[in-house]
Each structure stands twice: as C-alpha cells, then as structure tokens.
Write a protein that binds this ligand. Structure first.
Ligand code: SF4
Length: 521
C-alpha cells in the first residue's frame, strides 16, 4: 500500500521541478523525456512499495512519499543510486532487481511481464511479443496441431488437480455438440493465494491470449472469465484488456481476417470457495446457486449451459502462449518430465521475504524457503509449511529436499493446490493451524451433502475443544474416523480434501495434539 501516493507525488514533484514527465511516453513521445508507469505486482511484497528507475534498473524498496524529493534530485537528475533505499541482506546491498537473491533464484515465465509492462496498454503487451502465439495458432497451425502441442508439452492444470490440459482440450474438441465454451477460472479462493490475481492485474493479455488459442483449437466461439468480486482491480484490468483486444481485431468476428470468431465475457463471483469447483463455477455463471453436481457428465462433456467446456485456471492459460511460441521441447526442458514448466507460489507466513514467486517445477522446498524466501523471520527455526491451502497438507523439515511438483507432493501426502505456501516457525501451534483450515472449509461447505456439511462441523468442534484444552482421549481417533468418512463420501473436491490438513498435522505432529489433551489434566 502507498504506491499510488508515491506515484502521484513523483508526478507532482517532477512537474514542479520543470522535468518533462509523461504518464504515457507512447502517446507523447516528443514532449516528454521521462515516463512514469504503473506496473503490475513485482512479487516482492514484503519490500513494497517498490520503485524501479530505468535505464539504471535501480530497485528502491519500502519507498515513502518523503523519499520522492531525494529520488528526483539524486537519481532522476544525476543517475545516483540512493544506497539507503536498496535491498540489503547480510551487509550486502543489491542495486538492481536482477541482483537480488529473491529474483535471481526464480524463473519468471508466466510472471515475466508482471511488474514490467503497463497492464492497461495492449501496445506494451504487443511490444514484448504479445499475440504472436495467437498469430502462429491462426496462420501456422491447424486445430489438431495446437492440441497436439499442448498435449505433448504435458502442460498440467495449475488450479490444483494437475490434470493434463491437452487431454481436456482433446475431449472437448471431440464432442459432436457444435456449441462449445472456454472458461477461465479466476476464482482463487485459497487463503493466502494471489498468483492468479497478479497475472490478471499485471499481464491480463497473456491469459486472454491463452484462452483465444484454446478456443481456436476446440472450436469455441464464446469464453467466460469467472473472477471473484473481491478482485476489483483484476476485473477492471481484464475489462480494459478485452476492450483493447476487440479494438485491435483480436476478439470478435473474423479475428485477424480469418474464419475464427471468439469473444470473452467477465462473470463476477461472490467469493464462495466452492465456486472454484468446475460444476459449481459453471452453475454460478448460469445464474444458479454455485453448488457442485454429481459427475458424470463431466465439464468437458456438459459444462457451461450443458455444453462441452474447456475449464482451466488463469495460470494454465497464461502458459499456453509460451508453449506455442517457444515449442514443446523448450517447455519440457523446464522442470521434471511429468510436471514440466514453472509454478507460481504465494509465499506467506513467518518468512523473511513474503511475496509472489515463480520457480521451475521440481525446485525443492529448501530452495524456496531459504534461498528465495530468505529463511525464517527473526532467526526462528523452521517448523512446517502448509502447501495447497485448505485442501493441502503440511510438510516438515524432513521434506525440505522434496521437489515441488504434482507427483512428488502427492506421494508425500500433500498437493500443490493452486500454489499457496504458508511457512510456519517453531512458535506455531499445529493444532491451531488445523483448526484454522477446518474452520475455513466448514464455513465454505455449500451444505449439499451430509458428510461434508455435518462431518466438518463435528471435526471443527473437536478441534476447538482440543485447542482450548478440553480434548478427550479418543478425540484423535474420532477425528481420523470422521476424516476417512468425509473423504470417501463427500460429493466434491472441497469435501473430499477438507480433512487433509487435520490428517496431515495429526500424522506429523501427534505429540502436539496429545500435549493439548494431556496438559488439561
Ligand atoms: Fe457442498 Fe461439501 Fe458436498 Fe462439496 S462436499 S457438495 S462443498 S457439501
């Protein structure tokens, strides 16, 4: 927070100083010598507000309105770096973004433009190669060719399940029903997760381009983006991006003079976690109550308005242009064979550098927490990380060398989920963590099926009494029995995975649960 005030102050002071400053150099190239740009999120949230000054590339952190005068005097006028405003760690200063360990250890592909381009300008996206993948898909590939590439790339859905995108697209394309839809899931309901939000706010065209390519390959004419209403900036950036894409003939009838016609609508969700589930999401777009339904039929057969639907999340679609532009071999060269590409994670909790990061799949937890995250805050010891939000599990110091990819995490009893990573130190009570996530899931249960509606309530009651020291000896058995029943009988993924944080903390921190129960005696 505070970035907008700094932006306004910089503009005001430069005007006062008689410096030629424009908020849009493209439009006024002859009148301005300095350009000011509002970019999307840089990801280094802990250090914000950030100000980067080109051509030197100085990245100033924790900038305050009072710093603006000095920045103009020293940096803008003289090109001098202000040492006190740069990132420092272990006595070493880092002047530019590229040098900072937080960025250096990352591979930012999906997030490459976030924090660099102005998300409200299609011209900026075009200037960095935007829509070239669409052009390739329209003029150099047939529909099967596009799907073949996505299938061969082994791109797996970044929303949680890791289902191969190419297989989904193939199934939709095969349906005889002529009306098909492409839907982007921008619901992102996990507490602490903001990967999709950053893409929508910082580089909306990348995601639109991915949706367009999917539509071309699957013969869809209409697309929807389902975004939670709590993301007003993402919604306004997407609206602007869609309007500009229409102006440039990239959406609408006969795109770039071809037979391909496609347009996108935005649908705002009211913030129900369950609406991240495919059938609940499509029901919500249709104007019905967002509740999951029994499957089959699956979304690829009968999704939105009971028509075949490609449903992928924001990050998945944002990967598509990269694959089409750079090729399958390039993509498969990043990360492990069965989970190629990168993954964006929201790094939060008791860690030095909280923020948004992107790393190749297969990067270890140790690298993420200690190299990129800068280690634990205030010199505390690492205890655990909750990965995958309320559907995920916790990993401990025994798992620090575990590669973060779909299959390795599944084996370890956790999941990538959408990419939330909550890092906890030695002072964290793991029973309280389990209670927090169960409280969240219980609140978000849509109530359609008994095991989830009632079972999560009973589990929460037990956890609440354990936390306050009123636990009984057989509480852990009851929790595990309820967890088993809910997981095997709930209708949708929310219920099936609701007990995961509890089971995983009982498995790894049983002593803490017992201490709570025994302590009261
Ligand atoms: Fe609703 Fe829970 Fe049943 Fe899913 S499992 S349908 S969220 S009650």
């Amino acid at each position: 927070s505070g970035s907008l005030e700094i932006y306004e102050e910089m503009l005001r002071l430069m005007k006062k100083e008689g410096l030629n400053c424009s908020v849009n150099l493209e439009e006024e190239p002859h009148d301005s010598s300095i350009g000011m740009k509002k970019s999307g999120c840089h990801g280094f949230c802990e250090m914000g507000p950030l100000l980067r000054i080109e051509p030197w590339g100085y990245l100033y952190i924790k900038v305050k309105v009072e710093d603006c005068k000095e920045i103009i005097e020293e940096t803008i006028k003289k090109g001098q770096c202000i040492e006190r405003l740069i990132y420092k760690k272990d006595g070493k200063g880092y002047k530019t973004q590229a040098e900072i360990p937080f960025y250096k250890k990352q591979t930012r592909l999906v997030l490459e433009h976030c924090g660099h381009i102005d998300a409200t300008s299609i011209k900026e996206y075009l200037a960095v190669g935007g829509y070239e993948a669409l052009e390739k898909a329209l003029f150099d590939r047939d529909d099967e060719g596009i799907i073949h590439e996505i299938t061969e790339s082994n791109l797996r859905g970044r929303g949680g399940g890791g289902f191969p995108a190419g297989r989904k697209w193939t199934q939709v394309r095969r349906q005889v029903e002529p009306t098909k839809y492409v839907v982007c899931n921008g619901d992102e309901g996990d507490p602490g997760a903001f990967m999709d939000r950053s893409i929508m706010e910082g580089d909306p065209h990348r995601m639109l381009e991915g949706m367009m390519i999917a539509a071309k390959a699957c013969k869809a004419r209409e697309g929807y983006i389902y975004v939670r209403a709590e993301y007003p900036l993402a919604i306004s950036r997407l609206r602007k991006a869609i309007d500009e894409a229409r102006e440039y003939g990239l959406l609408g009838e006969h795109i770039l003079g071809t037979d391909f016609s496609f347009d996108i609508k935005i649908n705002r969700g009211a913030g129900a976690f369950v609406c991240g589930e495919g059938s609940a999401l499509t029901a919500s777009i249709e104007g019905k109550r967002g509740m999951p339904r029994v499957k089959p039929p699956r979304t690829v057969e009968q999704g939105l308005f009971e028509k075949p639907t490609v449903l992928n999340n924001v990050e998945t679609f944002a990967n598509v242009p990269l694959i089409i532009l750079n090729g399958v071999d390039w993509y498969k060269g990043i990360g492990p064979e069965k989970s190629p590409g990168t993954k964006a994670f929201a790094l939060t909790g008791n860690i030095e550098n909280t923020g948004l990061i992107e790393v190749p799949m297969g990067t270890t937890l140790r690298e993420v927490i200690f190299d990129i995250g800068g280690g634990m805050r205030d010199g505390a010891n690492f205890k655990a990380v909750q990965i995958g939000g309320p559907s995920g599990g916790c990993l401990t110091s025994d798992d620090l060398d575990l590669p973060l990819d779909f299959d390795s995490l599944k084996k370890a009893g956790a999941m990538i989920g959408s990419g939330g990573l909550v890092v906890m130190d030695e002072n964290t009570c793991m029973v309280e963590v389990a209670r927090f996530f169960m409280n969240f899931t219980q609140n978000e249960s849509c109530g359609k099926c008994v095991p989830c509606r009632e079972g999560t309530k009973r589990m929460l009651e037990i956890l609440e009494r354990i936390v306050v020291g009123g636990g009984e000896e057989n509480d852990l058995d009851q929790l595990l029995e309820l967890a088993d029943t809910i997981s095997s009988t709930a209708l949708c993924g929310l219920g099936k995975t609701a007990a995961f944080p509890v089971v995983s903390t009982i498995k790894k921190f049983k002593g803490e649960y017992l201490a709570h129960i025994v302590d009261k005696k």
